[in-house]
Design a protein around this ligand. Structure first.
Ligand code: SAM
Length: 195
């Protein structure tokens, strides 16, 4: 789903943290069929990294119904109605298996981000890839996981073209005082490196 530029960016981010020994695991919040996570696990394998984990965070049942009382920016969001975005954990595990990449370095965080991310076990992250489309999903990931991102680590946002996601990113960056420049990848992908 993410296209070549965003795949190239993911390769660049993961290889950079490996080369520069930036501490931490890798996570994608919003994985759909698992493609970007399988790619991250494959990059670790190609570099012989046996230490870092790839966290695969998703409801595995699609997007949540909007909660406009709490998150007005998600008012009228229709993503929860898109059936093909609901892919089961078993199907994603099977996709990892097709590449011979399902092992103990892959950790599934099944459930809504608001429930799973606050108690996620990893201490540090080196790559934080956000692909949850909505304001709520983006904000839940940033507020729970950005503090764990190491200096020198990368924050990648797949959905900056979507109004809800963009509001969450802009508000979070402003409130957390993040001034690192955001780089555009294509019509929707952006990333920045934590200094
Ligand atoms: C656009 S897809 C992700 C595409 C994927 N990153 C790729 O590379 O193909 C969005 C995914 O986010 C998940 N998702 C969105 N918001 C979520 C939330 N609040 N909690 C759990 N999963 C969520 C959906 O289930 C869906 O699998």
């Amino acid at each position: 789903m993410i296209g070549l530029r965003r795949l190239d960016n993911l390769l660049y981010c993961v290889e950079t943290v490996l080369k520069e020994d930036i501490e931490g695991d890798l996570i994608e919040t919003g994985v759909w069929r698992g493609g970007a996570c399988i790619f991250m696990r494959g990059i670790l394998a190609a570099h012989g990294d046996t230490r870092r984990k790839v966290y695969v965070a998703d409801s595995f049942e699609g997007l949540p119904r909007p909660d406009p009382g709490k998150y007005p920016a998600d008012n009228l969001d229709q993503h929860h109605q898109i059936e093909h975005l609901a892919v089961s954990q078993a199907e994603v595990e099977n996709n990892f298996k097709k590449y011979g990449l399902l092992d103990e370095q892959v950790v599934f965080l099944k459930g809504w981000f608001k429930d799973t991310l606050p108690q996620a076990e990893m201490e540090k992250l080196a790559v934080l890839r956000l692909d949850g489309d909505m304001y709520e999903s983006t904000m839940d990931a940033l507020s729970n996981l950005y503090p764990k991102l190491s200096r020198g680590g990368f924050c990648i946002v797949d959905d900056y073209a979507l109004a809800g996601c963009r509001s969450a990113v802009d508000e979070f960056r402003a409130s957390a005082g993040i001034s690192e420049p955001m780089h555009e990848l294509d019509w929707t992908g952006v990333y920045w490196r934590k200094q």
